[in-house]
Design a binder for this molecule. Sequence first.
Ligand code: TXA
Ligand code: MG
Length: 353
Amino acid sequence: METILADMTKSIDPDLMAHAGRIIRSGGLVAFPTETVYGLGGDALDPDASRKIYAAKGRPCDNPLIVHIAQMSALDAIVSGIPAAASALADAFWPGPLTMIFHKSDLVPKETTGGLDTVAVRMPSHPAALELIRQGGGYIAAPSANTSGRPSPTRASHVYEDLNGKIDMIIDGGPVGIGIESTIVDLTEEVPTVLRPGFISLEMLRSVLGNVRMDPGLRGDDPAFRPKAPGMKYRHYAPKAPLIIVEGEADNVRSRIQSLALEAEASGGRAGIIATDEDVSFYTNAIVRSAGTREDEITISRRLFSILREFDDLQVSVIYSEAFHTPQLGTAIMNRLIKAAGHQIITAEGGST
Ligand code: TXA
Ligand code: MG
């Protein structure tokens, strides 16, 4: 299949967008930018389109898709009742990087929800995403537009790498703003529960709803608790080289990573280091990439996945990353980094955690 590349980095092209809408309505797949990461879109109400999405990504079909809508009135038809909490959260955070889980209506095929009776819904804020949803019939199922197991795409070139030849069109809207996937909150539980941390933090959710909890399965350190979101149980975003996070006091972290990079070189390898602007000049004998300054957490989240992809291309033998316990986005950034590392964390002061 030939994949059309639609350049909309400067503005939305109405003819190409109308064509993209026709592709979706006739059961095809279009990758598109959102404010979080690029999505791989298909008609959420068409079981065949959902099957095609799973096939293109190589995604296990028990891992449900998020349905994207462009207006609040679209919600009624796909859920069985809108709880008051959902209206309050939608008022506060939609359109935006928040996904809510509802009990689904019969209109939503099980193919889209990975066999579940619940459905995840999000109203993105990116203008190209909203326009595609409108032109595509109002309901677009869209997982992140990466091959399953690779980091989510934050630029159209990442989508091209993974999906060229497998989908009908890629809409290039330039680099995304947030860089990690939406916060997921489950409203089918008695207490609203965060299944995936993201830009909308627990504190922001609590400021609207009061009581909100984190899914205990997210910690990943106790096999008795499994993450409720099926996708959170997979080892995602895994770079090709082993990734190890080094935690601890800043000076110790720097020295430890530097000596680990020297060891890698001495044994014939080459380390990649994920650092911050504050530390980048300290490291030698490695390929060093800064995720940005510690003062600007959104830049760190925006760059993280693209640095992981770059290290795949550069074929480093091992990756060391500083930890990013920043105030608002730290939970979300560390959740992605820890998954990419397959839980390999060491403390600079010695020992493993
Ligand atoms: O920011 C985002 O959410 C991006 C953009 C494209 O909108 N989309 C995205 O989709 O990250 P995906 O498919 O890569 O991740 C969806 C996550 C998976 O972990 C999946 O298991 C979970 O949402 N999920 C979807 N429906 C669910 C449901 N009914 N119950 C529990 N978890 C669900
Ligand atoms: Mg994904």
